[in-house]
Design a protein around this ligand. Structure first.
Ligand SMILES: Nc1ncnc2c1ncn2[C@@H]1O[C@H](COP(=O)(O)OP(=O)(O)OP(=O)(O)O)[C@@H](O)[C@H]1O
Ligand SMILES: [Mg+2]
Length: 463
């Protein structure tokens, strides 16, 4: 799981770095605070002692008064107090060390003897414990006559600092652990969605489109799942349409073929004696072949339109002429069916830019539908009129009408109200495409029993 590792890894790195930087800062601050504090307390005591000496003992001999001084200096302090001769020799020690020891090796003592307060941190040579010492010069008449030294063990402080350090490190590790665990859970929510999506996509590549993604969260992955679901629904639908189409087309092709075959057989056996029968047969074979090639043309046409491989040849079209022409062409069929076909073109229709043949195809498709679905003594009105910026051609019939749920589908390719009715179900889909290529709009108003109105709006002023 690449993403999961990457997510958890980056959580871990970010939080570890943050905690590490914070810890270092805190530990350094705590150490500084404790040691500095300690040093300040000792320094205050030393300073106090030195000023006490300066006030009351300037005229006395340091060595002689060292006992009294030691008592005075050590009165308010738990620290070990030492009094040191300017030569570096130890005069008195509150811890009971032998006087006479040289103290010159300590940096704080050196500094105090030369007149400046000094501090030192290190190991006590006798007890081997960590100590802090502060030395302060004792002055009389502007001369350094010795030094006072306060020494304290750092063991307690170090232990406290260590405890705090352990606590801080513990808390830091806990934070890293908690955040990493949270990261694992958080990334699991993401990777789980991705895994679901992948599983479903895998099933889909195997051809199973009935499967659905379970939406876990309303996030980008959730909407990706929705998209996948929608895609599957569409694929299933188009698969269904394709199957329906194949069965309906094979059916459609078989009808004329059966009729042709039947007539050929009849003509073979009887044609030589009955010339009328022979001619009737030939005529039927001719019209059935026409029907077949019309169907094949329609299919080819549609596949071209659908894949956008068709280009329109725009030229000025006179709509009045076009309507009259179509009216004349379809009049015999309307007469045969007992339907009144009325072509009305308003005066002053503009000449529009369009592909005349395609436009004719659309109108014939629409009138063909009306003729198919209108009973004898019905009426079909084709009316062209001008509106601001567009020409509207409407085909109105008094036929069976289209029910509401069918209306939503009639523009789809291969859709037929009655799957067993003749036709490929492509007529309206092709017409809609052609009108769209003219930058126009095709709309249908209908309800069962009240007849149908199909409107084509075409923009005036060209392509
Ligand atoms: N004027 C109409 N009156 C009633 N129903 C209609 C009308 N026009 C279309 N329909 C319905 O819409 C469906 C689709 O029409 P379309 O023209 O796309 O296909 P078709 O006429 O069935 O087949 P084709 O046009 O390819 O021969 C029809 O099957 C029919 O149910
Ligand atoms: Mg049709």
């Amino acid at each position: 799981m690449g993403i999961r590792k990457r997510l958890v890894g980056s959580y871990f790195v970010v939080i570890s770095l943050t905690v590490l930087i914070l810890e270092i800062f805190l530990i350094v601050s705590v150490r500084y605070y404790y040691f500095h504090n300690m040093e300040r307390i000792l320094m205050n005591q030393a300073e106090l002692s030195a000023s006490f000496f300066q006030q009351y003992f300037t005229d006395e001999d340091l060595e002689e008064q060292s006992d009294r001084l030691l008592k005075g200096f050590g009165y308010h302090s738990d620290a070990q107090v030492q009094i040191i001769h300017p030569s570096g020799r130890l005069l008195r020690d509150s811890a009971g060390f032998e006087p006479g020891m040289t103290m010159n090796q300590y940096a704080d003592v050196q500094s105090a003897i030369s007149g400046e307060p000094g501090t030192w941190r290190g190991k006590d040579p006798f007890t081997h414990e960590a100590v802090l010492s502060v030395s302060y010069p004792l002055e009389a008449h502007h001369l350094t006559v010795g030094a006072v030294r306060f020494v304290t063990s750092l063991n307690g402080t170090i232990a406290t600092v260590n405890q705090i350090m352990i606590l801080l490190i513990g808390v830091g590790l806990a934070v890293v652990a908690i955040v990493t665990t949270l990261g694992i859970f958080l990334s699991a929510t993401i990777t789980r969605s991705i895994r679901d999506l992948k599983q479903v996509a895998d099933r889909m590549t195997e051809g199973d489109f009935r499967i659905h993604v379970q939406k876990r969260y309303r996030d980008e992955l959730g909407s990706l799942g929705d998209t996948l679901n929608k895609m599957a629904v569409r694929i299933v639908k188009s698969e269904q349409l394709k199957n329906d189409f194949i069965s309906s087309v094979s059916h459609e092709l078989r009808t004329p073929l059966t009729s042709i075959k039947g007539w050929v057989i009849t003509m073979k056996s009887n044609g030589s004696v009955d010339t009328d029968l022979f001619h009737e047969g030939l005529e039927i074979i001719e019209s059935e072949s026409d029907r077949l090639s019309r169907m094949v043309d329609e299919l080819l046409d549609f596949s071209k339109l659908d894949s956008g491989r068709i280009t329109l040849h725009f030229a000025p079209v006179n709509l009045t002429d076009l309507l009259n022409h179509i009216g004349r062409q379809l009049a015999p069929r309307a007469l045969r069916q007992g339907v009144t076909l009325d072509m009305q073109a308003d005066g002053g229709l503009p000449v529009i830019q369009a592909d005349e043949n395609r436009l004719k195809q659309v109108l014939i498709n629409l009138i063909d539908n009306s003729l198919k679905f209108t009973d004898a003594s019905g009426r079909i009105t084709v009316h062209a009129r001008t509106e601001p910026k567009q020409v509207v051609i409407s085909v109105t019939d008094t036929g069976s009408g289209i029910s509401k749920d069918q209306l939503a589908n009639v523009l789809q390719k291969f859709y037929k109200g009655d799957p067993h009715a003749p036709g490929s179900g492509l007529g309206l889909a092709i017409s809609d495409q052609i009108v769209k290529l003219h930058h126009g709009q095709l709309s249908i108003t209908s309800s069962a029993d009240s007849g149908t109105i199909v409107r084509i709006c075409l923009p005036i002023g060209g392509e």
